[in-house]
Design a binder for this molecule. Structure first.
Ligand SMILES: Cc1ncc(C[n+]2csc(CCOP(=O)(O)OP(=O)(O)O)c2C)c(N)n1
Length: 355
């Protein structure tokens, strides 16, 4: 049930898959989430720009996934990431993915698929907090030849797929989950998505495929921060009522406070303990017509994909960001005074953490 994060600075060298251990992690979601916000703010200041609101909204979701939900082995990748070795192909034996930071592949271990890859810095910050990536890795952020990309790709730390065009990763994750089931693997597939991806047709096609193939070994966590590049989702193109729509597509859906680790972890832990498919599950839409041979029987609750809609605040932890509303997507400082205000906040955090 619990991931076994390494202590800071520790690096895994063995490729042997460890047994998933039930012992709790010594790190707390709260501390890791605070570290994510601090590192992303620090980096945003250094670069005069960054995806800061995404750190604010998703810090607890990602920390909960790594610390409480996913069963991952220790990292098998270097603390300082390797240089880009080309895209995967039959003719490129040197290509690699960033999945090694999530541990070795093993039948009983989970796989993590990171879909909104503009959140890459948030994932790097998390991996650093967990000791899976060295802090110096960020020196290569967004530089030529580096895998520590601004917009993550399959070779970037923690990433397994290229998903820069939003809405593509879920289809691929569904294929991985189906293949794992066919092979008799017990490990699950967990997908992190942004709410903007639910404006895309491919996402709904993917859910239709998950329902058709009765994919129950896959879980999706959505950072529902209600914003996108051009402002609030409700102004651009609403995706609501998201929970009802997903239930109609056959998923078991839970809506939770996305900053509450207990609430975030509960649906996954219930599913894993076998008592899942509880409160969030409702039957698929029932037709008024008599069943025909084309109608399948209702799937068992455990044969439905699990979806956790994490309702989040894109300014959580950084009140200053609210001055940027309604456009929070990417922060670039407009004046020296604005930059100073963020510098002061960072200094305040650093002072408090050193006391
Ligand atoms: C298919 C596709 N369309 C558009 C983009 C450009 N784009 C990058 S991030 C983003 C915002 C999408 O919304 P969401 O991920 O929910 O935004 P956030 O919460 O990060 O503001 C867009 C439109 C893209 N990467 N892929």
């Amino acid at each position: 049930m619990n991931a076994q994060p390494l202590q800071t600075g520790q690096q895994a060298t063995s490729a042997q898959p460890p047994s998933p251990s039930p012992s709790p992690s010594p790190l707390t979601v709260e501390a890791v989430a605070a570290g994510i916000r601090r590192r992303v703010l620090e980096h945003t200041l250094r670069n005069n720009g960054g995806y800061l609101s995404q750190a604010c909204s998703s810090a607890e979701i990602l920390a909960t996934l790594y610390l409480r939900v996913m069963r991952l082995g220790p990292s098998i990748a270097p603390l300082i990431p390797r240089a880009f070795a080309g895209v995967p192909s039959r003719d490129n034996p040197n290509a690699f993915t960033g999945a090694g930071y999530n541990g070795p592949r093993a039948s009983e271990l989970d796989r993590f698929i990171f879909s909104p890859v503009h959140y890459a810095l948030v994932l790097y910050a998390l991996l650093i907090e967990l000791g899976r990536l060295g802090p110096d890795a960020l020196e290569a952020f967004n530089t030529d030849g580096s895998t520590v990309e601004l917009i993550g790709a399959e070779h970037s730390p923690g990433h397994e797929l290229t998903a820069g065009s939003l809405g593509q990763a879920l289809s691929q994750a569904g294929g991985i989950a189906l293949a794992r089931r066919l092979r008799g693997e017990t490990g699950r597939v967990w997908v992190f998505m942004s709410d903007g991806e639910f404006q895309e047709g491919q996402t709904w096609e993917a859910f239709a495929a998950l329902a058709h193939h009765r994919i129950g070994n896959l879980g999706v966590y959505i950072d529902a921060n209600a914003q996108q590049c051009d402002g609030p989702m409700t102004d651009v193109m609403t995706i609501e009522p998201l929970a009802d729509r997903l239930r109609a597509f056959g998923a078991e859906v839970h809506e939770v406070d996305g900053h509450d680790s207990e609430a975030l972890a509960a649906p996954a832990l219930a599913r894993l303990s076998g008592s899942g498919a509880g409160t969030g599950a409702t039957p698929r839409a029932v037709t008024a017509t008599a069943p025909t041979p084309q109608h399948q029987a209702e799937p068992a609750p455990t044969d439905r994909p699990l979806v956790v809609i994490a309702r989040t605040d894109p300014c959580r932890g950084i009140e200053l960001l609210r001055e940027r509303a309604p456009k929070l997507h990417y922060l670039r400082f407009k004046t020296p005074a604005e930059q100073d205000a963020y510098e002061d906040l960072l200094e305040h955090w650093q002072d408090s953490s050193s006391q």
